[in-house]
Design a protein around this ligand. Structure first.
Ligand code: SAM
Length: 273
């Protein structure tokens, strides 16, 4: 009975995503005030700083980095692309994979200009902002695939999509809690993606705190599992991860722009046991 309830919950979540609009989602979350590079308390610079710090640390290394539930965004791999020689992006929706491919193939028609992001991460790395073109070229060079993913499947990626040993590092931002019908499904999904990682590999998990919905487009209200810090830590532990660091960001009032009810964001660095 319980299995059936969860199955229908997962199907209902998939239905919510049918009208996800990449252009609107990018506009809501990846333009000012949420992406204001002049402000230290803006949410995107905070996320980029966490990612920069984690990828700079010596223990995060290897050949292959996989981003789970990339959506239409690239910010989450702008630091990692300098450390890993191979990066795989993934999303459940064809529209999001298309959006990523538009940028990767330089076809034009992208719904967001990633240049300020590239410049900002160059600055974090101590490089001149003008070197952003080199970072863009590096990212285009190391992204080898944009693949379908479903975190509710015990095997989220197609068989043989990854080498048998698994990925050396996973990054996943705002995916698991916003595609799961409840906390149990969130925890199961965390276990599923953990299976993609080699033992000793790192998971960099970013997500929303105490969020119950977000808009994936005009009128596209998508339910989210409201998480607290303790639930994130517990989920990681239960799924065979050792938590290395948990950082928390609280949204300033003017960052609450009516596209969701998120109050905070967590950044977890964990190692698979
Ligand atoms: C809130 S968005 C996050 C996008 C991006 N990572 C970011 O940081 O903004 C959630 C993403 O999860 C994807 N998604 C929906 N159902 C999924 C599933 N079953 N498995 C994996 N990803 C899914 C959606 O297509 C969407 O791109």
């Amino acid at each position: 009975m319980e299995g059936k309830v969860t199955q229908s919950g997962v199907a209902a979540m998939a239905a919510c995503y049918e009208r996800f609009d990449p252009a609107a989602y990018l506009q809501y979350n990846y333009t000012p005030p949420r992406a204001d590079f002049q402000r230290k308390d803006s949410i995107v610079p905070w996320k980029l700083a966490c990612l920069h710090r984690a990828f700079r640390e010596d223990d995060v290394k290897g050949d292959l980095l996989v981003d789970i539930g990339s959506g239409p965004t690239l910010y989450q791999v702008l630091s990692g692309c300098e450390v890993f020689n191979k990066v795989i992006l993934t999303d459940f929706l064809e529209v999001n994979r298309q959006e990523l491919n538009l940028w990767l193939q330089e076809d034009g028609g992208c719904n967001l200009d990633w240049t300020p992001y590239l410049k900002h991460v160059c600055k974090l790395e101590g490089r001149r902002p003008s070197e952003w073109t080199e970072k863009a070229a590096r990212l285009r060079q190391v992204v080898t695939d944009v693949l379908p993913v479903d975190v509710h499947r015990p095997q989220p990626l197609a068989l043989h999509a990854l080498p048998p040993a698994g990925a050396d590092c996973l990054v996943s931002a705002f995916c698991l809690e916003s595609v799961s019908p409840d906390l149990d499904a969130f925890n199961r999904a965390l276990g599923h993606i953990g299976g993609l990682l080699r033992p000793g590999g790192h998971l960099l998990l970013i997500g929303a705190l105490e969020e119950s919905y977000y808009f994936g487009g005009p009128g596209v209200k998508i339910p989210v599992v409201p998480l607290n810090e303790a639930q994130v830590c517990e989920g990681l532990k239960e799924n065979g991860f050792t938590l290395i660091r948990l950082e928390v960001y609280t949204l300033p009032q003017d960052m609450r722009v009516g596209v969701d009810d998120v109050t905070g964001v967590f950044f977890a660095k964990a190692r698979r046991n």
